[in-house]
Design a protein around this ligand. Structure first.
Ligand code: IVH
Length: 714
């Protein structure tokens, strides 16, 4: 039965219903209907990324189910969608023996090695099948944690990590909280399929980059240690004993194979993937079947450059022979199948010499070590600096000046020194010790017990102020074009900027005497500073550099306070009451406004004409989100849009009710194309996705105001 019809019928039946007057039989029947409908909406939302009903409608159904289960405990089942919040913590992990081992993969590093692998497969099949050109399936290799999910009679019974391949750890309690993994199959809303009685599904649990960034931002705000990368975050989260913690963290999942199964008469991997899809498992959307070798090799070679388009980390392409019969014939060697290979992307690591370790003072006074390197190219970018995090990081790895070190750069994160190569030492390298005083103001540094960072306690430290200026003018804050790191430091050194408000007092005449400033460039900078006065309140708030107030927190706060003056008058208690803001953040904001200099700063900024009020687009979301112009639309951006930065355009789409994803898939409703589009345009054409070419800022605004149909039909 179609989900919409089921939902409407259910909603009609719930209208005016008093749960406590239900008979036991009616309660059980109603719980069953609610479970089925909520589960199918979960699937639309989490797996298909294409919700059918408004969040509020969903919440009502979900809450009714909870109430019903509380009133009638017999109505609660293990696979109920309400059971995702996480049960009680466990004491320790149980071992789980895999019915069939989870194999690993042999690697290929270039075109030649891939070709050799394919030819080996052909030779292996020749005896029995003669000369064949077996079709293959290429899947992106997700960099996460392998997991095996066992379903008995349609219900998730065990979820286990790979472990050593034969025995893994039972992490069922945690996996139950992952919305993208079905607790019950089949669940695909409109699919008419039945899963087998016993089915083991294998796949990768991972964390999306965007969700990883948000999680780390939150951890830092809560005073916790952030994760080094999405893979560690996924692994660390799965290893939690308390599923309540896991339920709060955004894990994702893609299925890529079937392990043990009660009946399997499928002839190919392609069919397996189709069945997994129909049963409701999320699949990676770039998987492709190839009949010929050359296009496969092109596909593999194209992904190292395209990987940053994705919202998850991939470290290779897994190539698998499609026909099961061929796989059986080829068999397994050691712990890897002969019928599959991993094409590994070139490393994003390089080896170089660490010339020197220096410490940098941050805007909040944190003092962190940084490596000065012999410049080295990693993935097309020259790297000459890398982070060393803190004293313990260096000590644990015994990193010394003069060492040969391995440096890693992934995506757009700051490069980091991952380890040294001690064999390359001459013997003259000395262990490094943290300086006792601040390199900028000579104040003695403090390291609090339980804290990883050293801190310069001098609130007047010039280095801290330079960092604050740099932070204030950056793209995500006041976005002052032409005012970068170096120039902001220079303005501070010259005494032109002694408080943030001074930025707005700069005149062209102040700049023209400076080296490298012609009249024109001085005017441009003053114009850019002037333009930044109209930035949104959340940008200003973020720019002020209040401890624990990142971008997300600033946006949240602004939804509740209409101006900076209103925020200054808000109590810690009221701030704490905002969903997503805890006592640490609340205190930090109140403390900041309690400092007289900060109050003066706010007044000065306002009297210089800087906007301190919430702008219309920052207002709390309209009550009826369905009525927003882009409600339910999934949009991908490519190329540069006139007068819109990528971040602002994404924000604006979200405020108009749409969602923005990083790559084109079957779920994409629209590709917005600016100047110099990337490969997404070709993907959209391939997928048959609607395309909107935007040449003027007004055209984009029209999309935001009018919604998709209006714009794409015209
Ligand atoms: S197939 C015999 N497919 O890579 C086939 N593995 O080194 C074994 N992985 O531990 C796995 N994406 O966790 C396969 N599309 C994919 C994959 C994938 C990621 C991981 C998997 C496994 C490791 C193999």
């Amino acid at each position: 039965m179609p989900l919409t019809k089921d939902t409407r019928a259910l909603q009609a039946d719930l209208e005016g219903l008093a749960i406590d007057t239900l008979s036991q039989g009616d309660a059980l029947a109603l719980a069953k209907r609610l479970r089925s409908v909520v589960r199918r909406h979960d699937h639309r939302y989490y797996v298909e990324d294409d919700p059918l009903i408004a969040d509020r409608e969903y919440d009502r159904l979900y809450r009714t189910l909870k109430t019903l289960e509380a009133e009638f405990p017999e109505a609660q089942t293990e696979d109920s969608p309400t059971q995702r919040v996480g049960g009680p913590p466990i004491d320790d992990f149980q071992k789980h023996e895999h019915p069939k081992p989870l194999l690993s993969l042999s690697n290929a590093f270039d075109r030649t090695e891939l070709r050799e692998w394919y030819e080996r497969c052909q030779r292996g099949l020749a005896d029995r099948y003669g000369t064949v050109e077996p079709a293959v399936v290429a899947e992106l290799k997700i960099d996460g944690v392998a997991i095996a999910l066992t379903y008995d009679d349609g219900t998730l019974s065990v979820a286990a990590t790979r472990g050593d391949g034969s025995v893994g750890e039972d992490v069922t309690h945690n996996i139950r909280t992952v919305h993208r993994i079905p607790l019950r199959i089949p669940v695909a809303s409109e699919a008419e399929v039945e899963g087998p009685e016993h089915l083991e599904v294998r796949g990768e649990v991972f964390m999306r980059k965007s969700e990883f960034d948000a999680l780390n931002e939150r951890l830092v705000e809560e005073g916790e240690q952030p994760f080094a990368n999405p893979r560690n975050a996924a692994a660390g989260t799965l290893r939690q004993l308390d599923p309540g913690v896991v339920a709060d963290r955004p894990l994702s999942f893609f299925a890529f194979a079937v392990g043990s199964v009660s009946d399997n008469d499928l002839a190919t991997h392609t069919e397996v993937l189709d069945v997994l899809d129909a049963l409701g498992f999320p699949l990676e959307s770039h998987t492709k079947r190839f009949e010929d070798l050359e296009p496969l090799l092109d596909f593999c070679e194209q992904w190292p450059q395209r990987r940053d388009e994705l919202d998850y980390e991939v470290d290779g392409v897994v190539v698998k022979i499609d026909r099961h019969e061929y796989r059986d014939e080829l068999g397994t060697i050691a712990d890897a199948p002969r019928w599959a290979v991993a094409y590994k992307f070139p490393a994003r690591e390089a080896t170089t010499t660490l010339q020197k370790i220096r410490v940098q003072v941050g805007r909040t006074g944190a003092v962190n070590p940084e490596a000065v390197l012999d410049p080295v190219e990693i993935g097309g970018v020259t790297v000459s600096k890398a982070t060393l995090h803190n004293e313990d990081y260096i000590r644990e790895r015994d990193i010394r000046e003069g060492d040969t070190v391995v440096v890693k750069r992934a995506g757009d994160v700051i490069p980091q020194v991952v380890r040294t190569v001690p064999d390359a030492r001459t013997g003259d390298e000395e262990p490094w010790t943290f300086p006792a005083t601040c390199p900028a103001c000579d104040t003695e540094l403090v390291r609090l017990p339980d804290e990883a960072d050293h801190v310069c306690p001098n609130s007047e430290c010039p280095a801290q102020f330079k960092r604050l200026v740099e932070h204030f003018v950056q793209r995500d804050a006041m976005d002052i074009e032409g005012l970068g790191e170096r120039l902001s430091h220079r303005l501070v050194d010259l005494g032109l900027v002694t408080t943030l408000a001074d930025i707005y007092r700069i005149e062209t005449d102040d700049l023209t005497p400076l080296d490298g400033f012609a009249n024109k460039s001085a005017e441009n900078l003053v114009t850019a500073i002037e333009a930044s006065k109209d930035r949104s309140l959340s940008r200003l708030l973020f720019g002020l550099g209040i401890q624990h107030v990142g971008k997300t927190v600033a946006e949240l706060v602004v939804r509740h306070c209409a101006s900076i003056e209103a925020l200054a008058a808000t109590s810690a208690e009221d701030l704490d009451a905002i969903d997503g803001i805890g006592p640490t953040i609340a205190e930090s904001i109140v403390d900041w406004f309690a400092v007289p200099e900060n109050r003066t700063l706010v007044d000065d900024l306002a009297s210089e004409g800087v906007n301190t009020h919430r702008q219309p687009h920052e207002a709390p979301l309209e009550a009826d989100e369905d009525a927003l112009p882009l409600a339910g639309c999934t949009i991908v951006l490519t190329g540069s849009l006139p007068d819109w930065t990528r971040a602002d355009a994404s924000d604006a789409i979200e405020r108009a009710g749409g969602s923005v994803t990083s790559s084109v898939s079957g779920n994409t409703d629209l590709l917005v194309v600016g100047a110099n589009p990337g490969s997404k345009l070709a993907s959209a054409r391939e997928e048959g996705t609607a395309i909107l070419e935007v040449e003027t800022a007004e055209e984009f605004q029209e999309l935001l105001d009018q919604g998709m149909t209006e714009v794409t039909d015209s």
